[in-house]
Design a protein around this ligand. Sequence first.
Ligand code: ADP
Ligand code: MG
Length: 339
Amino acid sequence: MADIINLLPDNIANQIAAGEVIQRPASAVKELLENAVDAGATEIQLIIRDAGKELIQVIDNGKGMSETDARMCFERHATSKIKTIDDLFQIRTMGFRGEALASIAAVAQVELKTRMHNAELGTYLEIDNSVIKKQEPCQTAEGTSIAMKNLFFNVPARRNFLKSNAAEMRHVVDEFIRVAMAFPQIQFSLNSNSQNLFYLEKGSLKQRIIAILGQHYNARLVSVKESTDYMDVHGFVGKPETAKKTRGDQFFFVNNRFIKSPYLHHAIMNAFAEMIPADSYPLYVLFIDLDPAHVDINVHPTKQEIKFDDEKVMYAFVQAAVKHALAQFNITPTLDFEL
Ligand code: ADP
Ligand code: MG
């Protein structure tokens, strides 16, 4: 009987794996922004054309890569962020899977420019279909610029599956905001089709919230801060009067990673109970920090769903922290001048 099993060539394997990590322009935006954050950048620029279908470029002033690393970073499972299985339970970086750049290189044309701080010259690389087409030394700013063009040019089915530019751009902006919200100490900008949509200066969390979500929150944010040996929660909730009928101003971060948690959302809604109309949503931007050993961020490739080892404790703690914060604020007319 003839054997029929063969190993897939790398470029096909990469393309299949890419499907999990890069579903749309916004997923690439998230991965590239997180890489820039992990590289220690203090300034990050995102440049978009055609909602990311034509171009997604991230320019950072982070630590850059050596010539060898510049080639290596596009291999699957190539990462500088973990080395041993134990590291997996101590993650402090946004990335660790070593899959994003390999996936991006499998579904777009990529141009990389990177230079380490003490290097005289940087490296320029061009990649097409996971294959390095060109490599040469180049003059470039310290840090890294990655441009990905024509997303899914080689996977027409997937390209056709993309939504309208308006819809894809909304996802791009959402991802941008989530990362920018988590790191107010980093300057971020977003330029789309040559228009500047955001320019966020370095500052406090409060300044970042107001810069992103609007001036009307000025003087209408209540600080939340509470800690135990097990975890720490800090951030802001909006005063009850700012609750809206629409969602969009709700953010949870666990160890600086944006997460979706209907469960913790419920804890906050409960803390606000009676203070706001039943069908409205208060602003919250809350950061929960705890020992990475107590969280499993490995549940899903996009890392938006995570598992805590004790969800109930988390629920009670978040709810109590928000209740305390709300109890402290006294109901006086809101004045609009302080920041
Ligand atoms: P991961 O982030 O999970 O490690 P990626 O595929 O996103 O995997 O990146 C692979 C590696 O390339 C990273 O571990 C890092 O060493 C390097 N890298 C990626 N982006 C940058 C960047 N903007 N600046 C410096 N190094 C980077
Ligand atoms: Mg990464």
